[in-house]
Ligand binder design. Structure first.
Ligand code: SF4
Ligand code: SF4
Length: 434
C-alpha cells in the first residue's frame, strides 16, 4: 500500500507511545533479573539515537505531517525514516493495531518518489539489484548465484523449490548448503533455480518500489508452476509470504514454508526424531521477519476476516502465539540442550539490528543493537545464542567481534555482555543431527 492508502491507519495513532516499550505483564517471566524486568524500551532506533523522531511514535506523526503537507520531503526526513530496522516491535505493542512498519516503509517510498535521492548505500543496493547481470544487492555476477549447489539445478519434474536468497547464495553459503543437505536427508525431491533473483526485501524496505516490483514479478513468473517454496532466510520468507500478495494484489500461486517450520512439522508428526545430544546451554534469538512479522500477519488475517472481533481476537492471539512456539518446540526436541529464554522474546523480542536496510546504511547503529541483544543473551548464562536467519547470524557475529576488539583495546573482560558467546544457526545444528 502507498502512504495515501494508509492515511486512515496512520490517523489511528494517538501518540500514546506504548510502542516504545516491550512490556511483560508476567511476574515470573523467564530471563527476568535486575536489569531485565518490567517495561523496557524496545525500539532499537529510539534507543540508539535517543530522541522522539526515531521511535515509531515520532515516525507515525512525521508520516501524518507529510501526508498533510506540513512536512516536506527532504534528505533529513529520509535519513530519520530509514534509521529503523523494520523489526515491528512497535507494531506488536500498539493497542490500536496500527501497521507501523507498513507506514514507515510507505513513508520512505513516498519521500523517494517525491524526488529525494535514496541514501547512498541504499541507492547502490537498489542499482545492483536493478542490473540484469546481477539482480542481487552484493553486486555479484548472476551466473555465480548457484555455484555453491552440488545437486541438479533447474531439475525438471520436481514441484518443490528451495528459494535460497542473496545472502545465503553469495555470503553465507554454509546456510544454503546446510538447508539443501537437510532437505535431501528428509527425502524431499527439490531443486534450485538458476534464474532466481533477489526477493527484493532490502529494496522494498528502503523505498525503491520500482525495482522491487521488477524482481517480484520475475520471481512470481519463475516459480509459478511450483507447489511449494522452502526458505532458510527469514527476510526472503517474510517478503514472499507477506509482501508479495500485498504488493501484487494476488495470492501466492504456491505454498511457502521456512525450513525450521518444516522440521517442526516432521517432529510433531513423529516422522523425525533427534537422537544426538547437544550438551550446551542455549538461548534463542527470534528473527523478527520469520517470527514476529509472520505471527502478526497470522493474527491480522484472522481479524480481517472476522465478523466477531471479541471471539476472533482470542483465536488470532492463540494462532500468533503458536507460531512463536515453533523454534522452541524444535529446540525442545534436541536431547541434552539446556534452554534458557532471554527476557524480551517472541512478540517482544529485541531485534539483532540488521534489518530494514540498516546494516548497509547505518553500520554503527546495527552493531550497537547487536551488542544490546548480546548483552541480554549473556545475562541468561548461555554459551550459545541460537537463531535461524543469515542476516541475524552475520550481525550477531559482527557484534561479538566488536566486543572482542574492545577487549583487546581496553584489556577489559566483556564476557558478561557477550564477548564469549557463540552464534549458531539452528539449521546447521539440525543438519549435524540428522
Ligand atoms: S503507533 Fe500505536 S502505540 Fe505507537 S504512539 Fe501511535 S497509537 Fe500509540
Ligand atoms: S520497526 Fe523496530 S526500529 Fe523501527 S520504529 Fe518500530 S521498534 Fe523501532
Amino acid at each position: 500500500m502507498d502512504l495515501e492508502e494508509l492515511r486512515k491507519v496512520n490517523a489511528r495513532c494517538i501518540h500514546c507511545r506504548a510502542c516504545q516499550y516491550a512490556y511483560s505483564g508476567e511476574p515470573d517471566k523467564e530471563g527476568e533479573n535486575e536489569e531485565y524486568t518490567g517495561m523496557l524500551q524496545g525500539c532499537p532506533a529510539g534507543i540508539y539515537y535517543g530522541w522522539e523522531g526515531y521511535f515509531n511514535s515520532g515516525k507515525q506523526w512525521m508520516a501524518r505531517a507529510f501526508l498533510n503537507g506540513e512536512l516536506p520531503a527532504s534528505k533529513e526526513l529520509l535519513e530519520i525514516t530509514e534509521a529503523c530496522t523494520t523489526c515491528a516491535m512497535c507494531e506488536t505493542q500498539c493497542p490500536n493495531y496500527i501497521d507501523t512498519v507498513a507506514v514507515t516503509e510507505a513513508l520512505r517510498a513516498a519521500i523517494i518518489e517525491s524526488g529525494v535521492e535514496p541514501l547512498d548505500k541504499h541507492k547502490g543496493m537498489g542499482d545492483r539489484v536493478d542490473k540484469e547481470e546481477m539482480r542481487n544487492p552484493y553486486g555479484e555476477p548472476r551466473e555465480d548465484r548457484t555455484k555453491w549447489f552440488s545437486g541438479e539445478i533447474d531439475k525438471p519434474g520436481t514441484k518443490v523449490a528451495f528459494y535460497v536468497g542473496c545472502t545465503a547464495s553469495y555470503r553465507q553459503q554454509k546456510i544454503a548448503e546446510t538447508t539443501a543437505s537437510i532437505l535431501t536427508k528428509l527425502g524431499i525431491d527439490f531443486t534450485v533455480l538458476s534464474d532466481e533473483v533477489c526477493c527484493g526485501s532490502p529494496i522494498l524496505r528502503s523505498g525503491r518500489r520500482d525495482v522491487f516490483r521488477k524482481v517480484m514479478k520475475e520471481n512470481l513468473e519463475l516459480f509459478k508452476d511450483y507447489d511449494l517454496l522452502i526458505y532458510s532466510c527469514a527476510g526472503c520468507y517474510k517478503t514472499f509470504r507477506n509482501d508479495y500478495p500485498e504488493m501484487s494484489g494476488e495470492p501466492l500461486p504456491f505454498k511457502v514454508i521456512h525450513t525450521v517450520e518444516l522440521i517442526n512439522q516432521y517432529l510433531q508428526e513423529g516422522k523425525l526424531k533427534l537422537d544426538k545430544p547437544y550438551g550446551k546451554k542455549v538461548t534463542w534469538h527470534d528473527p523478527c521477519h520469520s517470527i514476529r512479522h509472520i505471527g502478526l500477519a497470522i493474527e491480522k488475517k484472522i481479524l480481517a476476516e472476522s465478523d466477531n472481533w471479541l471471539l476472533d481476537s482470542r483465536r488470532a492471539e492463540k494462532a500468533k502465539l503458536e507460531h512463536y512456539e515453533i523454534p522452541r518446540q524444535v529446540l525442545g526436541a534436541i536431547p541434552g540442550l539446556e534452554f534458557k529464554e532471554m527476557y524480551r522474546i517472541k512478540g517482544d523480542s529485541f531485534c539483532c539490528g540488521a534489518g530494514g536496510g540498516v546494516k548497509a546504511q547505518f553500520s554503527d547503529f546495527a552493531i550497537a543493537t547487536s551488542k544490546e541483544r548480546l548483552k541480554e543473551a549473556a545475562s541468561t548464562g548461555a554459551e550459545v545464542v541460537m537463531t535461524s536467519c543469515p542476516f541475524c547470524v552475520t550481525n550477531l557475529d559482527d557484534g561479538i567481534n566488536a566486543l572482542k576488539a574492545e577487549e583487546e583495546e581496553t584489556g577489559k573482560d566483556l564476557s558478561e555482555v557477550g564477548s564469549k558467546l557463540q552464534v549458531v544457526e539452528l539449521l546447521e545444528l539440525l543438519d549435524e543431527m540428522l
